[in-house]
Design a protein around this ligand. Structure first.
Ligand SMILES: Nc1ncnc2c1ncn2[C@@H]1O[C@H](COP(=O)(O)OP(=O)(O)O)[C@@H](O)[C@H]1O
Ligand SMILES: [Mg+2]
Length: 351
């Protein structure tokens, strides 16, 4: 083992996207989907398993799975030995394997010691830490699990007096940083995030254009290109088939309302984390709220949250991470490199 070269790896295992970043410069992101062929024909066409974009593209011929639901491993409340649980960890492991395979050439495999930090939804890291260790067993040689918002904070060196708001697909994870590894009291999870925006947007369009025929995938793409909470945006039109004919539909107000739907819970989460903190340090938190995750790309969101914070907390300063796709994995990689060898040895002994 000792003579192997260490490859440091940062992984962000998200509900909707999984990302790997390595210290050999390799980085890659894939949608967190796995598809298993539905029948003999699709098996011949696709092989035993398809991943990421391929799984989504072939969704009609495969059973599509993602490892997390609402921030925890799918159905992990069921009997621990039951099939459903096995399936969700098998899916997470297959995804992890696929991601890690991007990191090096096959022939290098037995020359490298693979050392990784896995960032995962905050709730899952509280409830399923052991499961993650099992999932990584046999894929990584050394592994540490951390919550996604903590990884984001670590990557930005925002370890002291910062409040991270990671707006993902299934959950928004809020995390208070105060110079140590955050505990359960420092984190709040709300289920209003990207998927919720899609759901509200879908319902609002269905109500307005009763004969339009569309899927959540179609409007999600539109959302990602146009999402904004600003009052002063331009008019937005989406083309949807009505009785088979593509028709231009005005969805300006619908998209804004859907984007707005996640704001009150986020602001309430921020208020709680500030209000329950040591009063002498509350100002520091208010001054350094950082938005991360795909949802942070909504235009005007940081200003909107500042306005709410002003009303409820006196003031607030909100910024966004620059690279929302890679921020979590970059932080996980930094954490991986910073942990001394003794720490990894210690982790191994505890296993
Ligand atoms: N430009 C954008 N505006 C608003 N939402 C976006 C944008 N880009 C991505 N999203 C949403 O962000 C969510 C995914 O964020 P991500 O941080 O990748 O999630 P996760 O960590 O759960 O995998 C999805 O709901 C996606 O639709
Ligand atoms: Mg995420």
């Amino acid at each position: 083992m000792k003579d192997k070269k260490i490859l440091n790896i940062g992984i962000d295992l998200g509900t909707s996207r999984s990302v790997i970043v390595c210290d050999n410069g390799i980085r890659q992101a894939i949608p967190s989907f796995i598809g298993y062929p539905k029948d003999a024909v699709s098996l011949k066409l696709l092989g035993e398993m398809v991943y990421g974009e391929d799984a989504i593209r072939h969704r009609l011929s495969v059973k599509l799975y993602r490892p997390f639901d609402k921030g925890v491993l799918l159905q992990d409340n069921s009997d621990k030995k039951g099939d459903a649980h096995l399936k969700s960890s098998a899916i997470a492991r297959a995804l992890l394997r696929k991601l890690v395979a991007y990191a090096f050439e096959e022939e290098e495999d037995d020359k490298l010691l693979l050392r990784g930090v896995i960032g995962a939804p905050a709730l899952a890291t509280q409830n399923n830490k052991k499961d993650f260790l099992e999932i990584a067993d046999g894929v990584l040689d050394d592994v540490m699990i951390a919550s996604e918002p903590f990884c984001v904070a670590y990557g930005m060196n925002a370890l002291d007096s910062a409040l991270i708001v990671d707006i993902g697909a299934g959950t928004t994870d809020l995390c208070r940083m105060h110079g140590t590894i955050p505990g359960p009291d420092d984190q709040i999870t709300t289920f209003k995030a990207g998927d919720y925006v899609d759901q509200i947007f879908l319902e609002l369009i269905e109500n307005k254009y009763k004969e339009a025929n569309f899927t959540v995938n179609m409007i999600k793409r539109f959302k990602e290109e146009n999402a904004s909470v600003s009052e002063h945006g331009e008019q937005l039109f989406i083309e949807l088939p009505i009785k088979g004919k593509p028709t231009s539909c005005d969805v300006t107000n619908e998209l804004r309302e859907a984007c707005h739907a996640i704001v009150p819970d986020i602001v309430e989460g921020i208020r709680k984390l500030v209000a329950t903190f040591d009063p002498e340090f509350q100002d520091g938190l208010k001054q350094n709220v950082i938005l991360a995750g795909g949802g942070s790309r909504m235009i005007g969101l940081h200003k909107e949250i500042e306005t709410y914070m002003k009303k409820t907390l006196g003031y607030g300063k909100v910024t966004r991470v620059e690279d929302s796709l890679y921020a979590g994995a970059n932080g996980a990689l930094m954490l991986c490199k910073d942990m001394p060898d003794e720490y990894w040895d210690e982790l191994k002994k505890r296993k």
